[in-house]
Design a protein around this ligand. Structure first.
Ligand code: PHE
Length: 471
């Protein structure tokens, strides 16, 4: 457990690829410091410093707001969730640029939390970053006074490259608070109603969770109130899951929808839970949640209230509901992708012909002077080749016993998803040779020369940034 906020990034990882807390978080990373330069992000200028690590390919994603497009699977799913909570206020336009304080400190993240590492998060500079989760906005939204709200947004985390990992993904955060002196009787009645409804639905809820000293009710709460809020959190989310998956998963009496609750840890909730859904033969982790730490509500100016919050990853659910096999497809501008979907409808994605993969290996000696992290390579690759890269895998690693130098070999899989180069959006990082007009509306594979050219630029950038020595 405990790789990031808890066991998951709520995106599309079913089993963590790398064991918790190992290797990937420990190497410091080295970007050259250019103290007098500034970085422009969405029209604002920020002073760069030693923490600046947001590449242009990531900055180009900020204006896209896929979750607001009514005909996009992420937009369709957001609308479905908002429809399930009709009385909730929505906030869908919060800027992804937040202070480090807001993203981490204000929510009680310890100073040594792995999520803070520059290998894991995108920093504009030491004080400003791209939000890593929608919880970063909890306090400001609570402060605005709504007692039930949903907020959907793009979130950013540095990651490896493969079919289910992308450094930008989307979350829906939801919360509800209750007045401790007024709402508790009504809450008990509502809980009973929700429980009755769920009992008659085709859903099996596996919940062995216990309130323990490791995952306690908060001292400041009356345990009876905390129990009511926890129960309301659980039945509200079970009902949401039933309405998202129930019909689509063909839940029947014989094969009901299965949901399981697992104890978890988040710095800003207690007790905390994660929820998994059994879908197409696998347990799929879809959300994190808990009773909001009272300190958060106090800071939001609502000391007399108690409440719950959840954060759910949209991509992971959308990949299952719409049968979307590769997370890069959400970013596709290809009409063969976009034209398949209709606002308000869940339909299975029909795959169109995929171009053949083109594998290129890069082997190099790392340098003692400059630390190198796999996410550094992934960012260089994305910045150079954009979404032409399907995945990056470490295929060989050894230390020369004589010199103690370390050699790494990565295999980069280049595969084009979209139509021909002429149709690339202007923000696309790779600008190759111009295409003949003839090809304007054709779809085409990547040529070997083109890939070689990109690959040599990737290698050149690695040499420049990380002083690696190609082998
Ligand atoms: N922000 C958490 C995450 O991204 C999810 C979460 C939201 C957990 C709200 C508890 C309450 O993993």
């Amino acid at each position: 457990m405990a790789i990031w906020l808890a066991a998951t990034r709520l995106c599309a990882r079913s089993t963590p690829k790398k064991p918790a807390g190992l290797g990937r978080h420990i190497l410091p990373r080295c970007y050259s410091t250019r103290p007098h330069e500034t970085i422009n992000v969405q029209g604002a200028s920020f002073v760069r410093d030693s923490k600046t690590n947001v590449p242009a390919s990531i900055i180009s994603k900020l204006p896209q707001r896929l979750y607001m497009k009514p005909e996009h699977p992420l937009g369709i799913l957001r609308t479905l969730i908002e429809g399930h909570f009709p009385n909730f206020t929505t906030a869908n336009s919060l800027s992804p640029i937040v202070s480090v304080f807001k993203n981490f400190d204000e929510l009680g993240f310890p100073h040594d939390h792995p999520g803070r590492n520059i290998t894991d998060s995108y920093y504009i500079n030491s004080t400003t970053m791209l939000r890593t989760h929608t919880s970063a906005h909890e306090i400001e939204v609570f402060r605005q006074g709504a007692d039930k709200w949903l907020l959907t947004a793009d979130v950013y985390r540095r990651d490896e490259i493969d079919a289910s990992h992308y450094p930008v993904f989307h979350q829906v955060e939801g919360a509800r608070t209750f007045d401790v002196s007024e709402d508790m009787d009504a809450l008990a009645e509502e809980n009973a109603r929700l429980a009755e409804k769920l009992a008659s639905a085709n859903i099996i809820i596996e919940d062995d969770t216990q309130v323990t000293p490791q995952n306690p009710y908060q001292n400041v709460h009356d345990p009876a109130h905390a129990a009511l809020v926890t129960e309301n959190l659980k039945s509200s989310l079970n009902s949401l899951i039933l309405s998202i998956f129930g019909a689509r998963a063909n839940a029947t009496k014989e094969e009901p929808l299965r949901v399981r609750w697992i104890e978890a840890y988040f710095p800003f909730t207690s007790p905390s839970y994660e929820v998994e859904v059994f879908f197409q033969g696998k347990w799929l982790e879809i959300l994190g949640c808990g009773v909001v730490k009272q300190a958060t509500l106090d800071q939001s100016g609502i000391e007399n209230r108690i409440g719950w919050a959840f954060g759910l990853g949209l991509e992971r659910i959308a990949m299952v509901l719409f049968s979307i096999p590769d997370i890069r497809l959400f970013w596709s501008e290809d009409p063969r992708f976009l034209e398949q979907f209709t606002p308000g409808k869940i339909t299975a994605f029909r795959s169109y012909s995929r171009f053949p993969p083109c594998y290129k290996d890069v082997s190099f000696w790392t340098s003692d002077q400059v630390k190198f992290h796999e996410n550094d390579l992934c960012d260089v690759v994305r910045d150079t080749a954009g979404d032409l890269v399907e995945d990056v895998k470490l295929i060989d690693e050894f230390v020369n016993p004589k010199t103690q130098r370390k050699s790494l070999c990565y295999r980069i899989n280049y595969r084009s998803m979209d139509r021909c180069a002429q149709q690339r959006p202007s923000s696309y990082p790779y600008r190759g040779p111009p295409e003949p007009d003839l090809l304007l509306y054709s779809y085409r594979s990547l040529s070997n020369e083109e890939v070689n050219e990109i690959q040599s630029r990737v290698v050149a950038k690695l040499v420049e940034k990380f002083a690696i020595e190609p082998r």
